[in-house]
Design a binder for this molecule. Structure first.
Ligand SMILES: [Zn+2]
Length: 459
């Protein structure tokens, strides 16, 4: 690698350095997969603590001597380090998470807690992709740049990304620890292996409950049914107004648009979503628009008698929880008000409707004009040998909004080795392709080298 971090980075030399690091990085990844660090309530805390210790050890071996655990009140510790760069250089915060999803044995072809390399070259195991690959990309980046870090680096590897996180409150209470010029969030992925992408948009999520009341108490459906309205039937009618015949979400006043970047391959989407044969896709417009730039409302729960306990009565009361993904750039408070207003106004027969706010999660849209995303885009092209595309993500990362509060001018870079086509994050047979990790380490090293000495704050 070049001794002058301001010089044009030498991609080939970075590539060979990283290639030499890969066997060690994969050994670390495989060891970490064996620790079931599930931070969900009800799961044992010991493996989560064992994992946080193992991650500290990995980064210490990667050249960060003073990496440490931050005690997060009410939650699991986060792995943190603050490594100064050359005078005047920008600071980059590298984010990943070490907690993983649970792995019910059903559906797995190999033990989820034993990293298993298969003939397709991929490594299978819970967390191999989400997000152990992300923290290994950061470790590889630090190893490749050891002793000649071109920028300041802050490391943040949290332990509660998959569950109720206590990190956001901690970040708001300790903003000085997280100030930086760029956030690099390695918890995303390309559409498929070898096809580099920057995630430039995240949908947000808002939710509310809607409760319908029609009667003072349950009454016999034979004696009363046909004239008095049933609460569950009324609720179903309200919920049915959220979509049109084609399945588009139609909430008055909610932002919608067309995705300007790459589209999504329909066969790949059908495969990765597990859509059953013969079942139609819903919505209209390009697949990318439906997933990344149009709203999508879902009924995620209903309180009503189960089929088992059903009896022949008119129900006096029923409640549903409605969640709506909202588009990048939208005002989350406004979108939730629109959803709640829609639900209230859709009530038939003057039934009594109470709508309550549950959650407001803001969407994210990257500013592509700044130097960080430009540098990253060039680095991806150099690492993968083809131009990077811009993709969105239907998922939300609430932490992004919190980080933007403590560093409003910082750029946010979202990428990683969790390829959409095959990695099956959160599902059975989760896996990662080691080539993707290698190329992402190269891209990340080149990005940090490219940012050295640049004025990155976008204002
Ligand atoms: Zn993740």
């Amino acid at each position: 690698m070049t001794d002058n971090p301001g010089a044009r980075p030498d991609a080939d030399r970075v590539r060979s350095t990283v290639a030499g690091l890969m066997p060690g990085l994969l050994t670390d990844l495989q060891a970490l997969v064996s620790i079931p660090s599930i931070a969900f309530p009800g799961f044992p805390p010991e493996p989560v603590h064992a994992m946080s210790g193992a991650v500290v050890d990995l980064f210490r071996r990667s050249g960060i001597d003073d990496v440490r655990l931050l005690e997060i009140p009410g939650g699991y510790p986060a792995v943190y380090a603050d490594v100064p760069g050359p005078a005047g250089s920008p600071t980059v915060l590298l984010y990943a998470h070490y907690d993983v999803q649970p792995a019910p044995v059903q559906g797995w072809d190999s033990d989820p807690w034993v990293a298993t390399r298969k003939d397709d070259g991929r490594i299978y195991g819970r967390g191999a992709s989400d997000d152990i690959s992300g923290l290994v990309i950061h470790a590889g980046t630090m190893q490749a740049l050891a002793g000649r870090l071109p920028v300041g680096v802050r490391l943040l590897v949290e332990g509660e990304e998959e569950t109720i996180s206590h990190l956001e409150d901690y970040v708001e209470a300790n903003p000085e620890l997280f100030a930086c010029d760029a956030f690099v969030i390695a918890d995303m992925g390309n559409q498929e292996v070898g096809r580099p992408a920057l995630t430039t948009a995240l949908r947000g999520e808002v939710s509310c409950t809607v409760r319908v009341r029609t009667l003072d108490h349950p009454v016999h459906s034979g004696l009363f049914g046909g004239a008095a309205p049933d609460a569950l039937v009324s609720l179903i009618r309200i919920l049915a107004t959220l979509h049109d015949e084609q399945g588009n979400t139609i909430v008055q006043g909610v932002t919608t648009g067309d995705w300007p970047g790459a589209d999504i391959d329909e066969d790949g989407y059908r495969e990765s979503s597990g859509l059953l044969d013969g079942v139609d896709l819903v919505g209209t417009g390009s697949l990318a628009s439906r997933l990344w730039s149009k709203p999508s409302a879902t009924v995620i729960g209903i309180d009503a008698p189960t089929v088992q306990e059903a009896s022949n009565v008119l129900l006096p009361e029923a409640t549903a929880k409605v969640s709506m993904r909202i588009v990048p750039g939208a005002d989350a408070d406004h979108e939730l008000e629109a959803l709640m207003g829609h639900l209230r106004s859709a009530a038939p027969w003057n039934v009594i409707v109470e709508v309550e706010k549950v959650k407001v999660g803001w969407p994210f849209a990257a500013d592509m004009s700044g130097p960080v995303l430009r540098t990253a885009s060039e680095a991806l092209e150099a690492a993968f040998g083809r131009p990077a595309e811009q993709i969105g993500s239907g998922g939300s990362i609430p932490l992004v909004a919190t980080l933007k509060k403590v560093a409003p001018t910082a750029a946010v870079l979202l990428w990683g080795a969790e390829d959409l086509a095959l990695s099956r994050i959160h599902a059975s047979n989760e896996s990662v392709d080691p080539r993707e990790i290698e190329d992402m380490v190269v891209a990340q090293v080149l990005t940090l080298m490219g940012l050295a000495g640049t004025q990155v704050a976008t204002g």
